[in-house]
Write a protein that binds this ligand. Structure first.
Ligand code: R5P
Length: 308
């Protein structure tokens, strides 16, 4: 079956990088989709490639998701109209995973609603380290088969090659799953702090132990950096404790508002991210693993894919 990688706007580099990976099921080619917005704000789509009989990989990372969702769902319907036999989504960043519970009466559990919407249009989904916390596996909310790429091996390689004598620091208990794995692969020590979030911009983080920092470069690791208040608060503690200038690593560089400026003004020596969301800080590439995950999910028979 032919594989057509169809990038949504802004995902062209991701599609091109994916097509260079030997693991991507072949034959494979890049598809073209023209997307524009009518003067009244509605979306116009035009498919410029043949997809009849093909497997279509929609490439669309989903930071700032609200404006991206409708064109994506329309694109899935459009390629089916034109005869695509399989429609999967490669979304290196999967949005809406953090609102995974009702924290106050009346709140929407948008992680579930988002998953329902996406699943109803897809045969499979491949993503990178989704924020799994109270939802502990994607199949608890996604009805289609999913594959998760872990960024830890690539992050560990980067740390080992770029930071002499590091100590990894996870700013909250949720980060332990990433930090512990990166630390074990890079064979370096790690510490996990406690965080209390009071609001979007108010975060309290505990201090690391002084003894753990001696002679080491702190490397802060988190899955998502959004406003960067979590990392900035940790950086301020480290500065006050006289630690060496720290490196910040995000799997997903969501970087809302003035996040990068907040990190540098709080003492970050370097800010680095995986390339799940295009940003100048991208230093860790994951396409190899993405292509392998796509090969894996496509390798399952249609029945297995549905039954998972
Ligand atoms: C949530 O628990 C995540 O793992 C991150 O710690 C959080 O999203 C970071 O948010 P911010 O950068 O806005 O502090």
């Amino acid at each position: 079956m032919n594989t057509v990688v169809l990038p949504l706007p802004g995902n062209e580099a991701l599609a091109d990088a994916l097509l260079k990976q030997p693991a991507l099921p072949r034959p494979a080619e890049r598809g073209e989709l023209a997307v524009r917005v009518f003067p009244d704000g509605e979306t116009h789509l035009r498919l410029l490639s043949k997809v009849e009989g093909a497997r279509v990989v929609l490439a669309a990372t989903l930071d700032r998701p609200d404006a991206k969702l409708l064109p994506l769902l329309f694109a899935a319907s459009l390629v089916r109209d034109y005869g695509a036999v399989e429609v999967g989504l490669l979304a290196p960043y999967l949005a809406y995973m953090r609102q995974d519970a009702r924290f106050a009466p009346g709140e929407g559990v948008t992680a579930r609603y988002f998953a329902k919407l996406l699943s109803s249009h897809l045969d499979w989904l491949v993503t990178v380290d989704p924020h799994l916390h109270r939802i502990t596996a994607l199949d608890q909310v996604y009805d289609c088969p999913t594959r998760v790429v872990h960024a830890a091996p690539a992050m560990a390689e980067w740390v080992a090659a770029n930071v002499p004598a590091p100590i990894l620091i996870g700013p909250d208990s949720e980060s332990e799953q990433w930090v512990a794995e990166v630390a074990s692969l890079a064979k370096v020590p790690y510490a996990v702090l406690d965080k209390i979030r009071h609001g979007d911009h108010q975060v309290e983080v505990s201090r690391p132990e002084m003894a753990q920092l001696l002679g080491r470069t702190p490397v802060l690791v988190d899955d998502i950096v959004s406003t960067a208040h979590t990392m900035a608060e940790t950086l301020r503690h480290l500065q006050q404790m006289g630690a060496k200038p720290a490196v910040c690593i995000a799997v997903h560089a969501v970087f809302a508002e003035d996040a990068v400026a907040r990190l540098t003004s709080s003492g970050a020596a370097r800010v680095v991210s995986c390339n799940t969301i295009a940003h100048p800080s991208n230093a860790i590439s994951l396409e190899r693993w993405l292509a392998e995950a796509i090969r894996d999910v496509c390798g399952a028979s249609p029945t297995e894919r549905r039954a998972e």
